[in-house]
Ligand binder design. Structure first.
Ligand code: GLP
Length: 260
């Protein structure tokens, strides 16, 4: 794992945007894996700005979102479809037909999940997978005890995750109980994972994921097995890391060719 600690979420999101932009510039037909939540909002804002101001071109890019709530139509204001159009897709030039988000309204969930996996494979696999992290260590909606080799499937949300999502739905009762999420195996197949975490409430999950044992109880810990996982953190999210001093030292002494 490469752990990059930035002074605040603004700088961290700028750095993450440079990494994504580099991928898109080097590979105009790149495949992006996208996440929702509060964390990647600034990253998406930066990508929109880079598209507007420097012509960062997304016309050949394909995307796959990590997850969607079961039973929520795409137009629902709290769906991940709505989130993605509000925060990214309406501001860049991606072709609509290359945008993929799990269909929460499908009547055959297992078949839709198999089709989603197949679509990722047909697109050539994910080049860069953007991730946030839940306070319980989930990535996507792979809740604790998810199989470390799971594929896209239905999951039941934990109370903790439903409580965290309550703000977007008005109340915890209104939060759907089920989601479709890419699995940990699906995420691990990507060529690069870029996990962002900001704020003190993420510190414990980040420390367990990066420095604890690999365990299904902390799904993000599987990233320790990924050959190219980058964690971009603000000071607060990094505040429980035992090796923080070393991560800073590594960043400061990077050879020029390794810098982002
Ligand atoms: C949800 C999403 C995750 C996201 C997590 C953290 O559970 N399914 O992809 O990483 O929330 O959200 P936030 O960034 O708002 O803290």
């Amino acid at each position: 794992m490469e752990i990059i600690i930035q002074s605040d979420s603004r700088r961290a999101s700028e750095l993450a945007a440079r990494i994504v932009a580099q991928t898109v510039i080097e590979k105009p037909h790149a495949v992006l894996g996208l996440a929702t939540g509060n964390t990647p909002r600034q990253l998406y804002r930066n990508l929109v700005r880079m598209h507007r101001e420097s012509g960062l071109d997304f016309s050949g890019v394909t995307s796959f979102n990590l997850d969607e709530y079961v039973g929520l139509p795409p137009a629902h204001p709290s769906s991940f479809h709505s989130y993605m159009w509000a925060h990214l897709f309406s501001g860049i030039n991606m072709a609509k037909e290359r945008i993929n988000i799990p269909d929460g309204m499908t009547t055959d969930i297992p078949a839709a999940c198999r089709k989603y996996e197949q679509a990722v494979r047909s697109a050539g696999g994910v080049d860069i997978q953007i991730l946030g992290i839940g306070t319980n260590g989930h990535i996507g909606f792979n809740e604790p005890t998810s199989s470390l080799s799971s594929r896209t499937r239905i999951k039941t949300l934990t109370d903790e995750s439903r409580l965290e999502a309550a703000g977007a739905f008005g109340s915890e009762d209104a939060v759907p109980k089920h989601v479709i999420t890419m699995g940990l195996g699906t995420i691990m197949d990507s060529r690069m994972c870029l996990l962002l975490a900001f704020g003190r409430k993420k510190a414990a999950a980040v420390a367990l994921a990066a420095e604890g044992p690999v365990t299904a109880m902390v799904p993000a810990s599987i990233l320790q097995m990924h050959p190219r996982a980058i964690l971009v953190l603000d000071e607060d999210a990094a505040s429980s890391l035992k090796m923080a001093h070393y991560y800073r030292w590594v960043s400061e002494h990077k050879p020029d060719w390794q810098k982002y």
